[in-house]
Write a protein that binds this ligand. Structure first.
Ligand SMILES: C[S@@+](CC[C@H](N)C(=O)[O-])C[C@H]1O[C@@H](n2cnc3c(N)ncnc32)[C@H](O)[C@@H]1O
Length: 394
């Protein structure tokens, strides 16, 4: 930090770049680490933005999602709410059915789920539709957009009872679908999109870059790119010293692409985050390696490509983008509140009636019983996760 005096006023200026060694050596046996080090050595500035580091770790040739290294439920990396109970997917299906009715019960209702994980939410949405309203089920054309090839194989296995599902291998932030009349849904997706990181040093807003010095990972704070500066302005972000703010430009692009692809229908997005800024001292969260709970921050550099990297989402930026694109905000709130508004109580009541009906099959009874036993998980208040429902031409 350097002090300068102009007109009697003392201003603190930070000399850029500021380099912070991580103390972690590049593990050249790790293919992702090697690829990133190579990218850095070939870059003109000798450093890459943090988002590119994260992109390679998750979506690079040997990245965490590309290889489908992520493990769900019984294998541990993490358990998501739709996996805890089929009541989650059933409630989403219930709300989708309402939208289908509002649209005049069209013969085809396109449903695109992005980032389907183990396929559990897709299964419970389809199971519920099949049990509760066969006309709606018959209208459903389900498309899964999934990045990880390994995961697609698992999802196909889980959904083989349902013949109305197809898969597109691709990224939700380069959305590979045409015009949609129906819905887009996702759970815990944009938190995995690569972000830039910014903070304030003295009077200056700075952005994080990654480099290598003497075989050690180094973090570099330097001038933000024009794109990052524009994003900060457009989203009215206040960058403060001591707090690192994730800048999720892919999430904004993802929302914009959905808005463009949606002809008529709704968008349901559940994820960790806030209706506003999500900065903190250390905003990165790491999971994986079969270890339960959050991993130590060192794993970001010691195990690139082997751990999941996530950041909370600023939901306001999604809503702002939606507004710009002419989307209507239907619901925003804590996950349990949103599920209640989507008709969780009706679903539970209907499930009880169907379960007791002598005409229900054994398979239906099994699904419903599992749902009733585990239903309370999904409406237990969890302040970390929010849901957004937006609509167009409904
Ligand atoms: C945290 S998991 C959530 C899985 C599932 N939705 C659930 O709630 O159980 C993230 C999922 O998104 C997928 N994914 C991550 N980035 C993606 C992207 N850019 N496009 C499509 N899928 C992606 C992952 O492969 C994984 O299936």
């Amino acid at each position: 930090m350097q002090e300068s005096t102009t007109g009697g006023e003392t201003r603190r200026e930070t000399r850029l770049p500021v380099e912070i060694p991580t103390g972690i050596e590049v593990d050249y046996k790790n293919l992702t680490a090697r690829q990133i080090a190579d990218l850095i050595s070939r870059s003109q500035t000798g450093k890459i933005p943090f988002s590119l580091y994260m992109h390679e770790c998750l979506y690079g040739e040997n990245g965490f999602y590309a290889k489908g290294k992520v493990k769900f439920t019984d294998e541990v990396d993490f358990v998501t709410y739709p996996e805890m109970s089929p009541a989650f997917g059933a409630t989403v299906a219930n709300y989708l059915e309402r939208a289908w009715k509002k649209m005049g019960k069209p013969k085809q209702f396109d449903l695109v789920e992005m980032g389907a994980g183990s396929g559990e939410m897709a299964k419970s949405i389809l199971d519920w539709a099949q049990i509760s309203n066969i006309d709606f089920y018959n209208a459903l054309k389900y498309t899964v957009v999934e990045y990880g090839g390994g995961l697609i194989r698992r999802q196909i296995g889980k959904l083989n009872d349902h013949k109305n599902v197809k898969w597109i291998k691709g990224s939700a932030f380069e959305l590979p679908v045409g015009q949609i009349n129906g819905a887009f849904v996702s759970n815990e997706l944009p938190d995995a999109f690569p972000v830039e990181l910014v903070t304030k040093m003295g009077e200056r807003i700075v952005q994080k870059y990654i480099s290598v010095r003497d075989n050690e990972w180094v973090e570099i704070w330097d001038e933000p790119t024009e794109e990052v500066k524009r994003y900060i302005r457009e989203n009215d972000l206040v960058i403060t010293s001591g707090l690192v703010e994730p800048i999720n430009m892919y999430a904004r692009d993802f929302q914009a692409q959905i808005d463009q692809a949606l002809n008529r229908g709704i968008v349901i997005t559940f994820d960790y985050g806030e209706l506003g800024q999500v900065g903190s001292e250390n905003p990165v969260r790491l999971y994986g390696l079969g270890i339960q709970g959050e991993l130590n921050q060192r794993y970001l550099y010691s195990h690139p490509g082997l751990v999941d990297i996530t950041f909370s989402v600023n939901h306001k930026t999604l809503l702002l983008q939606g507004e710009r694109d002419g989307m209507e905000k239907e619901i925003f709130g804590r996950q349990d509140e949103v599920l209640k508004e989507m008709g969780f109580d009706d679903v539970v009541e209907t499930a009880l009636i169907i379960e007791e009906s002598p005409r229900s099959s054994k398979k239906e009874k099994d699904i419903l019983m599992r749902m009733m036993i585990s239903r309370d998980y999904v409406v237990s208040p969890d302040t970390r996760i929010k849901g957004i429902v937006q609509s167009k031409n409904l």
